[in-house]
Write a protein that binds this ligand. Structure first.
Ligand SMILES: [Zn+2]
Length: 108
């Protein structure tokens, strides 16, 4: 939660349904047979909640990865790097994302 109160997720939203299957672009869970939503790139990358989630998730992944465990960087430096990659993706990625029902609240 940020400084501004957000509309609480109530099961209703404006995103079109995603019917192509695959995996959720946020949590990576399979979408087969589940309701999912199509979030345009603009909204997808504008979500501060998703950006924070992405940074934390990537940091967790890095800390569990033996290959990168010895990397000489503080957690703050890693976070800054992850965020700069996120910003790069935000600039170039124009394709809508598939987002599952449990993650869609980040974009509303
Ligand atoms: Zn998800």
């Amino acid at each position: 939660m940020g400084l501004f109160s957000r509309k609480k997720y109530d099961g209703e939203h404006n995103f079109p349904l995603w019917t192509k299957g695959g995996v959720c672009d946020v949590c990576g869970n399979s979408l087969s047979g589940k309701n999912a939503y199509t979030v345009p790139a603009k909204e997808f990358y504008a979500s501060r909640e998703y950006k924070e989630y992405n940074t934390k998730r990537t940091l967790d992944f890095l800390s569990s990865s033996q290959m990168l465990a010895d990397l000489d960087a503080t957690e703050a430096q890693r976070a800054a790097f992850i965020e700069s990659q996120f910003e790069e993706r935000a600039k170039t990625d124009k394709t809508p994302s598939a987002v599952c029902k449990s993650c869609v609240h980040m974009f509303e």
